[in-house]
Ligand binder design. Sequence first.
Ligand SMILES: Cc1ncc(COP(=O)(O)O)c(C=O)c1O
Length: 401
Amino acid sequence: MNRRTDPIPFHRPSIGRAERRAVDRVLRSRWLTTGRETLRFEEEFAEFIRCPNALAVNSATAGLHLALEALGVGEGDQVITTPYTFTATAEAIRHLGAHPRFVDINPDDFQIDPSGVEALLEKEKTACLLPVHLGGAPCAATHLKSLAERRHIPLIEDAAHAFPLRIEEGETSEESRKAAPFAGTVGDAGVFSFYATKPLTTGEGGMVVTNSKKTAERIQIMRLHGIDRDAWFRYEGNEADWEYYVVEAGYKYNMPDTASAMGRVQLKRAWELAQQRKRIAKIYLSRLGEYSFFEMPPAPSSHAWHLFLLRIRPEQLTITRDEYIRALSEAGIGTSVHYIPLHLMPYYRDRYGLKPGDFPNALDSFSRTISLPLYPELTDRQIDRIIETVIHIGKSHFRLS
Ligand SMILES: Cc1ncc(COP(=O)(O)O)c(C=O)c1O
C-alpha cells in the first residue's frame, strides 16, 4: 500500500456492524418485502423530521412521481423546476405527461432563483413548484412556498440531497435553530433519496413526507399497485389475509424490509454522520478558500453537506475544468460533476428547443464545478492529500498575467 497514491474514491458509504446486523436480522426473519421494519422506519423518520406522515419508497424518483401524482399534476401541466439537478427531478414530471419549465439558478449558490420563479408564474399557468435543495444546502423554500400559496398550487421539495437539513431563516438562538422546520416539510410534500451516495443510504430507496393525510393516503395506495392495503396488513392483519381491492392502476414502489432495516440504523447515526461531513467541509473551506482561483460554495450554518461544489475561476488558470478533473484522477483522486444541466441533455434540449445560453448561471456553474470527495470515511491523511493535490494543480496552472 502506498498512501500517497492509493486511489481515493469519490464516495464510500458509511456502513458499519450495526447496519450489517440489522440486515441480517431481516434475512433471518424470512420477511423480505415491506413489513414491520418499514413501518418502524417510517415512524422513526416521521418523528425525526417532525412530520406526521412518512412513506418509504424504493427510490426518490418513485417518490417524486408519487408526490406529483397525489398533488394533482397530470397530462399537459407545467411544473417549475431547476435545470441544475439530476434528470430524476424532471423525469418524474414527464412520467405524468406534464412538462418541466426550467428557471435558472442564482449565480452564487446553485439554487433555483425565486425571482425567476415569480416571473414565470406571472407569465404562465403553472400546476406545481418543484425546487431542489441542491447539494444539501437550503433553497428558498419558504419564499417559494408563499409564491405557491398565493396561486393555490402545491410545492414539492426535492430533498434528495438534504437530510438532515433545517430551514433556518435568521434564527439566532440555538433553541430557535433547533425548532426550525426540516427541509422536506416546508412544502406540500418532500422527497428524500437513500441512494448509495446519499447522506442516509439504504442502497436504493427514498422517503416521501407530507403534512397532509389526504396526500399520504393517495401515495400509500399508489406506491403498491393501487391496492388499498399494504402487503404486510394483507398477510398479518386481522382481516381475511387473501382479501384486497385494486382501486387504481398504481405502481410497484414499496421499500423492502432489508433496506428499511439499514435505514433505521443510518437514521440513528444521521446527526453524527452530518457532523463528520460538516467537519470535512469546514477544512476544505478554510484551506482552499485562501486561493483566488477557487470559489467556495456558500456555507450557511444549516447545511447537510451532501456535496462539496468547488468552482474554479478559469480566467485565473491555464487549465480547463475537464483538465483539472483529469489531473486529479491521474493523482488518484475521484471527483464528479454535479450537474450537467438538463437543458444541455439531448432529450430536454430537443423536446423543448432549449439553447445552452437559456440558463446562463446553470451553464456557468456547470462549466466551472468539481465535486470533491465528502464522506465520513475519509481519513485526515486522505483529506490532506485531496487538499494538497487540488491546490498543487491550481498553483502549477496559475495564469501569471
Ligand atoms: C436532486 C435529485 N433528485 C432526485 C434523485 C433521484 O434519487 P433516486 O436515485 O433515489 O431515485 C437524485 C438522485 O441522485 C437527485 O440527485
